[in-house]
Design a protein around this ligand. Sequence first.
Ligand code: NAP
Length: 311
Amino acid sequence: MQGAFDRRTTAEQAGRGVDLRGRHAIVTGANTGIGLETVRVLALCGAEVTMACRDAQRARVAREGLIAGAGGRVEPSRIDIAELDLASLASVRAFAAARTASARPIHLLINNAGVMLPDRRQTRDGFEAHLGVNHLGHFLLTLLLLDRIRQSAPARIVNVASDAMHFAALDEELTDLNWEARRYSGWRSYGSSKLMNLLFAGELNRRFGEDGVAAYALHPGIVQTELARDQPWWMLPVGLLMWPFMKGVDRGAATTVYAATAPELARAGETIYFSDCAPARTPKLAGQAGVAGRLWQRSAELVGHREQGQD
Ligand SMILES: NC(=O)c1ccc[n+]([C@@H]2O[C@H](COP(=O)([O-])OP(=O)(O)OC[C@H]3O[C@@H](n4cnc5c(N)ncnc54)[C@H](OP(=O)(O)O)[C@@H]3O)[C@@H](O)[C@H]2O)c1
């Protein structure tokens, strides 16, 4: 019911009445913050959920806490854990290989994990970390799981992006994606990776919408999570001042659950970017012909992914 929700809506309210029994969801970055709340609510709706996390011990603790806190409403067998480090393409490949080796369907892929860093860091494969973790890791993961997702249709892919995309430093030609030729800006690089999350969702719809796969991107709001953990100490007072005005994770996961489950979003239409469970404004570049396709191609080259039909 588009329009029935707003910024006060909680994830549980967004998922009310949704029956996900027999559906399997994978949530990346699921051991804390928005991802963990997303797992909790999808499981409450009846889904089987895989928590895809880089630190198995943190994931185990989070899973146990979730089950204990659910007061019997979440069957433990419905939630499993799998290791996935998006900063390593080898880890992404190993994760996807294990998923595709089993016959299990994938109805929902929630690309939620993310980092927000003040300085230039690199992934194991030499990519600037926002590009590598927030976009390329999820890009490769999604492509490697796509056949299974298409076989499981109707299916959805939800990219947790951010309104920080309005500060992106991307041009039409996608110049210097890896921040080698420019003065580095953590914030603009983060914003660029989040714009890539939106462009990627758009291109997924263009290529696979007819196959029953709908892809969305969203801004969760400004949410009380650990996202700012890497920011310098002098940012702490700013965070403390803002904290009371931020959404709790109960509301921070609402738009993710909405994009993943709302019946009216079964097929992706023109609007694929949401905030507060409602359509949200996107940067101009997102509407420019060819950019999303170019990003797809460039990303495939960067991660060394050859698509069917290429030799
Ligand atoms: N909080 C906000 O205000 C806000 C606003 C706009 C958008 N977002 C987006 O919301 C998403 C969730 O963030 P959050 O706010 O919930 O932050 P968070 O509490 O810091 O959670 C981030 C999650 O991502 C995981 N992660 C980080 N690097 C990873 C890697 N290399 N491989 C696999 N997982 C990795 C973290 O795992 P570890 O715990 O093991 O590090 C954690 O589970 C992100 O995409 C973020 O950009 C958040």
